[in-house]
Design a protein around this ligand. Structure first.
Ligand code: AP5
Ligand code: MG
Length: 226
């Protein structure tokens, strides 16, 4: 196969640390983080048609319809910065999305590894309640576990830190419910393909990252072409 790429699929409940780890991996692997949640939020901020549509689902903790999400990911992965692959954060999250992603990536060697960041629901709710995100660059902080140097201000670009609209407790609980109904089956899906690795997401951020790097090395899932 001539155009082999590296596609990693991060799995885990809302708040498990997918975005946090994807950003760290992006820096070390030289592959872009593709976060469908971030793309929807970007569209929302810019009041695009897609953003308005996505908001009606996100505000309730529901998934945006598969057709819309899959088309959006196809467009994103066709961008030049994804030429060597991508770190998928929040996609796929239904079996239909997983099948579409397999078809899309098959010419490039398919999904290389699907790390599952394990975390209890109670811990996930706590983490989400302390999360703050940068309005401009999307950097992720936590009031206790990973605070910025100056409260309310992003270390990276000085942007304003805010709490996501869908991080209200009642929405978070529904996001967890939706996760178990629609996304948890992907654990079995990737296990059956021999691509699942499980990590303990309750460890400190740097330890989860070390585990992730070790898993990538052990499964030969590191990019060979960057
Ligand atoms: P999305 O943005 O993907 O949200 P999510 O999956 O619910 O996940 P989160 O972003 O809440 O958590 P995370 O795992 O990234 O954790 P983080 O690193 O921030 O999706 C939002 C919505 O968009 C969906 O509900 C849906 O409506 C729509 N959508 C998105 N993708 C879709 C798709 N494919 N199909 C359809 N609809 C879609 O960490 C959480 C907090 O914990 C942070 O404060 C962080 O600092 C802290 N933290 C992280 N790791 C640690 C650690 N090890 N120790 C202590 N604290 C930690
Ligand atoms: Mg995230």
């Amino acid at each position: 196969m001539s155009d082999v790429r590296t596609y990693l699929v991060l799995l885990g409940v809302p708040g498990a640390g997918k975005g946090t780890q994807a950003k760290l991996l992006q820096e070390t692997l030289g592959l872009p983080q593709v976060s469908t949640g971030d793309i929807f939020r970007y569209n929302l901020k810019n009041a695009t048609e897609l953003g308005v549509l996505a908001k009606s689902y996100m505000d309730k903790g529901l998934l945006v319809p598969d057709e819309v999400t899959i088309r959006m990911v196809e467009d994103r992965l066709a961008q030049p910065d994804c030429a060597a692959g991508a770190i998928m954060d929040g996609f796929p999250r239904t079996l239909q999305q997983a099948a579409a992603f397999d078809a899309l990536t098959a010419p490039h060697g398919g999904v290389r590894l699907a790390p599952l960041i394990g975390l209890s629901d109670e811990e996930a709710v706590l983490r989400i309640s302390g999360r703050r995100s940068c309005r401009t660059c999307g950097a992720i902080y936590h009031a206790v576990a990973n605070p910025p140097r100056v409260e309310g201000v992003c270390d990276k670009d000085g942007g304003e830190l805010y709490q996501r609209d869908d991080d209200r407790e009642e929405v978070v609980r529904n996001r967890l419910f939706v996760y178990y109904k629609q996304t948890a089956p992907l654990i079995g899906y990737y296990f059956a393909k021999g691509l699942l690795v499980e990590l303990d997401g309750a460890q400190p951020i740097s330890d989860v990252f070390a585990g992730l790097q070790a898993a990538l090395a052990a499964h030969a899932a590191l990019p060979t072409h960057s």
